[in-house]
Design a protein around this ligand. Structure first.
Ligand code: PLP
Length: 390
């Protein structure tokens, strides 16, 4: 069966160059980067090199990068570490209501355990958080604002430059979760009003279990993981040298293709949308149509449910998602779509198509053909169910 993978926002395949960069560190240069002998020095050299190259890609200095186990750890470190370090100034933080659970649950933890007050800011129907709303929500005791660069479910880009500018003016720290933006849109911390920025390797064709938190120079935040003096005493634990090398090589392979891939994937997602809209009655596009990362298209199919759509598509060889992978298995509608003001019928009927480097026009054409009979079938079941209930 032909398999079509349209779930790149959940994870991406490993880039061949990333694998090539990882293998020597798994096979020959397996040393602990803290050891002083040859094997350790080889691992240390690879790590230092990766840190410098990654910092270059981000417009940062090597000492500002903390390698982590991924986006979740980077988000937790940023939110909990910054809030605790600045708790003496105030115990109020602001996050958007469409953040990934890595941010929402870290904020919730601070509320429950450390007595912080958390303001959850709603977004507009287009999925965008108006910067003025952030401005109005900042109080004298606000210490941190966290707003993601691009949303994982709709791809909608947030006005992070404007929000960061407001935070800087008001003397409040600004964190952005750039996990879904890095590698898809130009992301740089140089001349950008941001204090903390999270990235994950496996969303950009790197391995799972690696990521990074960028911390503005001279900003001191609390550590989450205590032990040795790794990562400039900011994150203890023997470094995942192979994972980090693969992460950075993948980033180097992907970043130069951003402009061409943006144009290619924007055309493909538009074609997918036009194809679905032209063939299936009542479909609704979720999120901002243009202010988005190019690879993501989120569509609701009224009269169907996300989980039956996902299973039906899987049977046809098409891999998609209904939103955040972490929410799979729960029958609750996507909190992101609910936060955008969608009613439960539309929020429960959404499919996220996230395209990637290997997606072709043929793949998109095949999905456009596969979808209408699935929708017709599911809608007829749904209709029959309603008749029986009446
Ligand atoms: N932030 C966003 C926006 C994400 O989409 C994800 C993963 O889905 C994460 C954070 C978590 O990243 P990781 O899987 O590397 O822990």
């Amino acid at each position: 069966m032909r398999r079509i993978y349209l779930d790149h926002n959940a994870t991406t395949p490993l880039h061949p160059e990333a694998l090539k960069a990882m293998l020597p560190l798994l096979e020959r240069n397996f040393g602990n980067a803290s050891s002083i002998h040859y094997f350790g020095r080889e691992a240390r050299a690879a790590l230092d090199d990766a840190r410098e190259r990654f910092a270059n890609l981000l417009g940062a200095k090597p000492g500002e990068i903390v390698f982590t186990s991924g986006g979740t750890e980077a988000d937790n470190h940023a939110i909990i570490g910054a809030a605790r370090a600045f708790a003496g100034r105030g115990r109020h933080i602001i996050v958007s209501s469409i953040e990934h659970h890595a941010v929402l649950h870290a904020a919730g933890y601070l509320q429950k355990r450390d007595g912080f007050e958390v303001t959850l800011l709603p977004v507009g129907h287009d999925g965008v958080l108006p910067p003025d709303d952030v401005c109005r929500a900042i109080r004298p005791d606000t210490v941190l604002v966290s707003v993601m660069w691009a949303n994982n479910e709709t791809g909608t880009l947030q006005p992070v430059r404007d929000i960061g500018g407001i935070c800087r003016e008001r003397g409040v720290l600004f964190h952005t979760d750039a996990v879904q933006a890095f590698g898809k849109a130009p992301v740089s911390v140089r001349d950008f009003p941001v204090d903390l920025l999270s990235v994950s390797a496996h969303k950009i064709y790197g391995p799972k279990g690696a990521g990074a938190l960028w911390i503005r120079p001279r900003l001191k935040i609390d550590s989450l993981v205590h032990g040795g003096a790794h990562e400039n005493e900011r994150r203890a634990g023997t470094e995942n040298a192979a994972g980090i090398a693969g992460f950075v090589r993948a980033a180097e392979a992907v970043v130069p293709t951003i402009a061409t891939e943006d144009a290619r994937l924007r055309a493909l997602t538009e074609r997918l949308w036009q194809g679905l809209d032209g063939r299936i009655e009542g479909v609704v596009r979720n999120g901002h149509a243009t202010q988005r990362v190019a690879n993501t298209l989120n569509v609701s199919f009224p009269g169907c449910t996300s989980d039956t759509l996902l299973m039906s598509l899987d049977l046809e060889g098409v891999a998609v998602s209904s939103g955040s992978a972490c929410a799979v298995g729960s029958l609750k509608p996507s909190p992101v779509l609910v936060a955008m003001g969608l009613g439960s019928e539309l929020a429960n009927a959404a499919v996220r198509f996230s395209l990637g480097a290997s997606t072709t026009a043929e793949d998109v054409g095949a999905v456009i053909e596969i979808m209408p009979p699935i929708i017709n079938r599911l809608r007829s079941f749904q209709g029959a169910g309603q008749l029986v209930r009446q």
